[in-house]
Design a protein around this ligand. Structure first.
Ligand code: TYD
Length: 203
């Protein structure tokens, strides 16, 4: 049995990535894959408890970073790695690129701290493909304000999200093979056609 592949979806709040998660899972299932859909922070019972704290409790930025990686450790050890080992494909709504974007870009924590935790928790494990949904900040902001009650991150100022977006795009530039930037202003049909091609390339 070949190990499965790990696909992550990321982008600033309001880029619309969640709409595409179901499409990715359905596309892969049509190819006969076992697919596990999950999210960060979260994905395990303990990780979901940490998510509640992360999204709603005030805390120091370093505490936020450490809890993100604590949830990620649990997620990898108890869900992602076992699923990949049995041949399932795992699709995650956010992963470590979000820590570089939000905790480094947004909160201003040094890249070295994040990289140290990444190495601790992941060793050299990385997603096989990351779909980065990108939209100009004003579009994302309009989508955020139209959405339901905001969590702790969604209440941040526009300048925070500008820094988050810049950090995501810098990650994509540094690793253009893994991180594919998609212009999330396109129609859903156009985006899905692009996503289908990228998934085809992974087979
Ligand atoms: P999100 O996945 O966007 O969920 P929803 O669509 O239900 O709002 O929310 C998770 C939030 O967590 C999001 O604002 C980004 C933040 N986050 C980080 O700051 N760092 C991380 O490492 C991860 C995984 C998420």
């Amino acid at each position: 049995m070949n190990p499965g592949k790990f696909i992550t979806l990321d982008g600033v709040d309001g880029a619309g990535k969640s709409t595409h998660l179901d499409f990715v899972a359905a596309w892969l299932r049509e190819q006969g894959k076992e697919v596990v859909v999950t999210r960060e922070p979260g994905g395990t019972p303990l990780g979901e408890s940490l998510r509640e704290l992360l999204l709603h409790r005030d805390m120091d930025p370093d505490t936020e970073l450490l809890l993100m990686f604590a949830a990620r450790q649990e997620h990898l050890a108890r869900l992602i790695w076992p699923a990949l080992a049995r041949g399932a494909w795992v699709v995650s709504d956010r992963f470590t690129d979000a820590s570089y974007a939000y905790q480094c870009g947004g909160r201003g924590i040094s890249v070295e701290r994040i990289a140290a935790l990444e190495t601790w928790v992941q060793r050299d494990f990385q997603p096989d493909l990351t779909l980065l949904f990108d939209v100009p900040s004003d579009v994302a902001e309009a989508r955020r304000s139209a959405a339901r009650a905001a969590d702790r991150f969604e209440r941040e100022a526009d300048s925070f999200f500008n820094r988050v977006r810049t950090a995501y795009l810098a990650r994509a530039q540094a690793d253009p093979k893994r991180i594919q930037v998609l212009d999330a202003r396109q129609t859903i049909e156009m985006l899905q056609a692009d996503i289908g091609k990228l998934l085809q390339g992974l087979q």
